[in-house]
Design a protein. Structure first.
Length: 419
């Protein structure tokens, strides 16, 4: 059994880049980024205090067992820290461990590596890695900032004669310079399904190399489209699962509970970017949460409320477009959309004490109110709509104190800032 990755971090990154480039050349072939490590991931990292444990879930190669798990420094790949593992439990073929970072571990962002030795063929040991998967902190800060980043649309290169990659590079640079506790990315890494083979590679490489902070990602509509043309067939859900894993998540930072929601949870028929039916019904741009995710969301938020945690949420599509309960389709094939409508959704978040939900999709800054819940829209980080020559891009810096959002500021970048 050949090792997928070299033991060194440098070799891992190089191998990942080359695999991505070769896979991009093969049309409609999602680039696999998730192998043995199931949790934590680049897309849903762990934030843990030094000396405490986090949940490590791995899918062992057939016949092999986990021998070790390690943290590697993001900024200093020479830093290698062995994690202490308990005996672990098996859940549907996945081994779940409590992994403990030593009490003296420096506060930093780390890459995660796991090792499965082959007893007879030592050179064929299996290693797996996830970049930026663990952040170790000394304490959960009572006062801190996080960043909402949204609608960056990699590979949309030309806007009014300008190279947009310069704006996006500057945005990521400034996000990292803010040194946030974490980043919430609220969707739209790319644009259309017929370019997923290159877009998913670009997005993964740009986000992993451009951000020096843990990032939690909820997909937008543009990542999850289904599309079929003479040239090929693409399903964004397959691409997302291969590259990033889960489409929804939750985590705790001290007393703050954060829930990431997929509001483009439509079945394939209604995610079809090139379907006249889907375009006419508006499903390719409007919000929907399917029954399975809705059940998970209720359990997650009710649990946070029962624990007395403060709550915020993040998603892509504004909640005022929630389609649950509506009837779609053309006779005789009409159907009622399951899942929550606007009232059901906002009632849940209000009952759970969620103060804010951070969204993208619209590419502008605005705040809407639903009871005690504030829906916060943030401008795009990499594409514009309309013909405003003074359009700026940017991100939102959100301030938190004692587990509650106290305010936010917008950082804007325009062409004049690159001169």
């Amino acid at each position: 059994m050949k090792s997928r990755f070299a033991q060194s971090l440098f070799s891992f990154l190089l191998t990942g880049l080359l695999c991505g480039l070769f896979a991009a050349a093969a049309q409609a072939a999602p680039v696999q980024r998730i192998y043995q490590i199931q949790k934590p991931l680049f897309n849903v990292p762990a934030i843990v205090k030094a000396g405490d444990s986090f949940e490590l879930a791995v899918k062992p190669p057939q016949g092999l067992s986990l021998a070790g798990a390690y943290l590697y420094g993001v900024n200093d790949p020479g830093v290698r820290i062995a994690l202490t593992l308990d005996q672990g439990v098996e859940r549907d073929g996945i081994m779940v461990y409590k992994a403990t970072a030593p009490a003296g571990t420096s506060e930093a962002l780390y890459n995660l590596a796991v090792h499965f030795p082959t007893p007879e063929l030592k050179d064929d040991d299996v290693w797996d890695h996830q970049p930026h998967a663990v952040k170790v902190v000394k304490e959960f800060k009572k006062e801190f900032d996080f960043i909402q980043l949204t609608d960056i649309h990699f590979n949309v290169q030309d806007i009014k004669g300008h190279d947009m990659s310069r704006i996006r590079d500057r945005v990521l640079e400034l996000v990292s310079a803010q040194n946030p506790e974490f980043v919430l990315f609220t969707g739209d890494l790319m644009l259309n399904p017929d370019t997923y083979d290159t877009d998913y590679v670009t997005a993964y490489e740009e986000m992993t190399h451009g951000l020096a902070a843990p990032v939690f990602m909820a997909p937008g509509n543009h990542e999850l489209y289904y599309g079929k043309k003479d040239a090929g067939e693409w399903d964004g859900m397959d691409y997302w699962t291969a590259a990033f894993g889960p489409t929804h998540y939750s985590f705790d930072y001290g007393t703050l509970h954060v829930t990431g929601i997929n509001t483009f949870d439509w079945p394939r028929r209604w995610r079809n970017r090139y379907s006249e039916e889907a375009m006419f019904m508006g499903t390719v741009i409007n919000a929907y949460i399917g029954p399975e995710q809705w059940n998970w969301l209720q359990e997650d938020l009710n649990g946070a409320a029962a624990r007395g945690q403060h709550c915020i949420a993040a998603t892509h599509i504004p909640i005022g477009t929630m389609q649950g309960g509506k009837t779609i389709g053309v006779p005789p094939d009409r159907q009622k959309v399951p899942g929550p409508n606007v009232q059901h959704f906002t009632d849940l978040l209000n009952a759970a004490g969620c103060s804010h939900i951070f969204v993208g999709h619209m590419h502008y800054n605005k705040v809407n109110t639903f009871g005690n819940l504030q829906e916060v829209l943030t401008r795009s980080a990499g594409i514009s709509i309309g013909n405003d020559p003074e359009f700026n891009w940017g991100f939102r810096v959100v301030h938190v104190k004692d587990g509650r959002v106290t305010g936010s500021d917008i950082v804007e970048i325009g062409w004049k800032d690159l001169d």
